[in-house]
Design a protein around this ligand. Structure first.
Ligand code: ADP
Ligand code: ZN
Length: 534
């Protein structure tokens, strides 16, 4: 199917122009569409905003029958279908938000062959009636959106997606196209295995992997001191009047941050699952329609939102995985213009996320995976080399230093932190002997700095040999040391109390068998911000 000007291609191109009103295909689209139109199976990895939807919408229009799109984003189905109908495409959806009558109408349309596209929530396929329905109509293709949800190794596994493994056996003649915007090589392999989409010489399956680079996004990660103030500085100095998204971990901090921004003269609205549906919908549609509105949100916000001129995405809390970080920051700059991905993170983030993982539902294997996802995120934060190189490397793609991220613009100096690491670790060792009590990073740093505060005195910690041995560094620098020890796995934080504990590799540092390089932690963040300003 390499013909570049066969009838199928011209029909695809004609459809692009006639139905969608676009002149030409974007990179990668034509090849994918041709392949699926010709009946091939495909696994498509393309970043957010790359134009995945057309890759199954056009084949659905060109091929005989209805394209069945499986998507977990139930809340978006109505909007997606409305948008398609506005273009004259016959589209419908089936999910749990509908009543029986609404469902019947859609089913009848499907059976009558009146639908080009049918959006389906994955759990529908567990219902035998849905399977029978699909049998009685004509399915032109299956599109599996957000395909990473089928991978347990991925960051967003959804058990309902496992049902999709059976699609191929049940309808072997129907082509399938699976699409995702985030997948590491391991996740990609798992998707291919679970969905029976392995590429190979004798296979009718092809993998299409677009570049994950988003060159117009400037990645910046800075240590958290006063997160709200840092955010305000970013918004007033570089992004005044710009539309953007601020992500927070909790609903409470979403509300507080939105209030804080509003009281500082920045138009901001909150968005999280605790708000009633009407408020959520109103805030979302304001964000889409107005210029320069800031949405402060939990990660519940943004899935499938297509606003081209989001100028910045700010994270006030550490994302749980690199995949999540990439997906969230990817909502910036879909129009290709310069945009900022900014993240402030601190020690407390690590403690909070470890707690969350420990308390999460699921088995040990699940917790271990979450923990590895967090480790990778921490390593990205503490990277002393180009953020983009690290990010793309994580997704299995090589690249050159970008010259446009914080570490490229103002390379962090590295220093030999072996002695500092030994000071922290020996303090932890001594505290660990007092098994009754657990101590966090703040207390360890107070001891190193020789602070005689109430807690130090209460536990007689001013008598420890390590008391006051760390006055050569400032408090912020010690926090940096602790963070980097955690990121490098040379120390761990116990989930329950946030207590610092040793790991298997700590001893090597304590015995002087291992050198620890660290990145310098001055108020460099400001310098970076100034340099990165437009
Ligand atoms: P994704 O699902 O990969 O995040 P979408 O399919 O939502 O991306 O596409 C992102 C935007 O790009 C949409 O507004 C879409 O209409 C637009 N788009 C996609 N393909 C083209 C094209 N060939 N020409 C112009 N615009 C396109
Ligand atoms: Zn860079």
């Amino acid at each position: 199917t390499a013909a570049s000007d066969g009838p199928a291609v011209s029909e695809a191109l004609r459809t692009l122009r006639r139905v969608f009103g676009y002149e030409s295909f974007r990179d990668g689209q034509q090849e994918i569409i041709e392949h699926v139109v010709a009946g091939g199976d495909a696994l498509v990895l393309m970043p957010t905003g790359g134009g995945k939807s057309l890759c199954y919408q056009i084949p659905s229009l060109v091929r005989k029958g209805t394209g069945v799109v499986i998507s977990p984003l139930i809340a978006l189905m109505q909007d997606q279908v409305d948008a398609l109908r506005a273009l004259g495409v016959q589209a419908g959806f089936l999910n749990s938000t509908q009543d029986l009558d609404e469902r019947r109408v859609v089913e009848a349309q499907f059976l009558a062959g009146e639908l080009d596209l049918l959006y389906l929530a994955p759990e529908r396929l567990r219902v035998p009636a849905t399977v029978q329905l699909l049998d009685r109509g004509t399915v032109s293709l299956f599109a599996i959106d957000e395909a990473h949800c089928v991978a347990q190794w991925g960051h967003d596994f959804r058990p309902d997606y496992l049902t999709l493994s059976g699609l191929h056996e049940r309808w072997p003649e129907v082509p399938r196209i699976a699409l995702t915007a985030t997948a590491t090589p391991a996740t990609r392999d798992e998707i291919a295995a679970r969905l029976d989409l392995r590429a190979g010489p004798d296979s009718n399956t092809r993998h299409f992997v677009a570049s994950f680079d988003r060159p117009n996004i400037q990645y910046r990660i800075e240590p958290k001191s006063d997160a709200k103030k840092q955010l305000l500085r970013l918004l007033t100095t570089e992004h005044a009047g710009d539309a953007g998204i601020v992500y927070c971990l909790s609903r409470n901090s979403v509300d507080k941050t939105a209030e804080f921004l509003t009281s500082n003269g920045i138009e901001a609205v909150p968005y999280h699952a605790g708000l009633d549906a009407a408020t959520r919908a109103a805030n979302q549609s304001r964000f889409l329609r107005e210029d320069g509105l800031v949405v402060v949100a939990t990660i519940a916000f943004g899935m499938g939102i297509d606003k081209p001129d989001v100028r910045f995405v700010a994270h006030l809390d550490l994302p749980k995985s690199v995949e999540g970080y990439y997906q969230e920051t990817g909502r910036a700059g879909r129009d290709g213009l310069p945009s900022t991905a900014w993240l402030a993170y601190g020690l407390q983030d690590v403690v909070n996320l470890r707690k969350m993982i420990e308390g999460s539902e699921g088995d040990d294997a699940h917790r271990r995976r979450m923990s590895l996802h967090l480790d990778a995120m921490l390593a990205l934060c503490e990277a002393a080399t180009c953020r983009r190189v690290r990010l793309l490397d994580y997704f299995g793609q090589g690249s050159e230093p970008c010259g446009n991220c914080d570490t490229c613009l103002s390379p962090p100096e590295s220093w030999d932190g072996t002695v500092a690491a030994q000071k922290v670790l020996s303090t932890v060792v001594r505290l660990d002997r007092e098994r009754r009590q657990k101590f966090g990073a703040g207390h360890v740093i107070d001891i190193l700095l020789g602070k005689k505060n109430a807690k130090v005195i209460q536990f007689d910690h001013d008598t420890l040999s390590v008391f006051g041995i760390g006055t050569d560094l400032r408090e912020a620098e010690w926090r940096g040391v602790v963070r980097q020890l955690l990121a490098q796995g040379l120390m761990a934080v116990e989930s329950n109390y946030g207590a610092l504990v040793l790991t298997d590799t700590s001893a090597e540092v304590l015995r002087g068998q291992r050198e620890v390089m660290m990145r310098r932690e001055p108020e460099r963040a400001k310098a970076t911000a100034a340099k990165g300003a437009k």
